[in-house]
Design a protein around this ligand. Sequence first.
Ligand code: SF4
Length: 361
Amino acid sequence: MSITKHDWNKEEIISIYNKPLMDLLYEAATIHREHHDPNVVQVSTLLSIKTGGCSEDCGYCPQAARYDTDVEGNDLMSVSQVKAQALRAKSNGSSRVCMGAAWRNVKDGSEFDQVLEMVRTVNKLDMEVCCTLGMITENQAKRLAEAGLYAYNHNLDTSEEYYKQVISTRGFEDRLQTIENVRKTNITVCSGGIIGMGESIEDRAGMLVALSTLNPQPESVPINALVAVEGTPLEDEKPVEIWEMIRMVATTRIIMPETQVRLSAGRMNMSREGQAMCFFAGANSIFAGDKLLTTPNPDVNDDMKMFEMLGLLPQKPFIKITQPISVEASDSQFAPLGEKPKWSRPGHTIERNVEASEKGK
Ligand code: SF4
């Protein structure tokens, strides 16, 4: 059984990434089988509980208010809407619901209270609940944990160096701070990134260094291929090749053996054969539903046909970590503190983001 190593460096990771493909696949698949059932893949559902109008300038994101995209903004969903969608997802084989809100950070108040109620509601449906709400403080992480949150997603996106060329409104260290706040609770960490944003292989390795040297490593690592959306600063990036995705998944599997590796955005451009190779290389989760936040995603029936063809079974919830218990709002031990996260790089600008914002006006 391979042992989890926490001191990976960039050179080691690049040399794994660049191995002859057959060697890379063999090594990744061997490690995958030691730690996971290779015929089981988790089906997760990503719900956009509050869409668009975000104040951040993430270069890949059509939900940033400053870019002119086709995304229609929506206010925060109601708890009953979320419950209905979660039940539908469960009946389609999902064991995890990830709720995403296009926020820079969580603000204490009625909207956050509503999200806490959504967490309680979905946890009581016996599904793993994940949230991705932007930056959170330690107190907010504790309140989410108390409500029964299973996972918090906060992607590092790319390497520390390249991050400065994609997002100017917050820093890489702000991301790490939120992950640290989550780690002060029993909530598991979901953090990964996006390839195809114009980064180098060194940057991909740099992101994997940052993730794999966290101790413990994230329980979940989504690997996304950029879906270039018109109006965003990255609209002209060329699509990621399937081989890059397979190499990224395999490398992630090798350096983070216990982690759930999630084959996330970009599956619309992947053939079934390509996705099968990603599963062989260690991917053990997909997101179901015809939309991934705001970008297109394969239809759930097509995914189920693919599962049948490959002999894959959907993973049950809570196989590694037991289900959290939801404490009702009236019994909460934590009061809102009204804290705001610090902005670590004020005044930073990125030319292509500024240009896309100008066009968006
Ligand atoms: S990725 Fe998240 S934080 Fe960045 S602009 Fe989009 S919604 Fe906002």
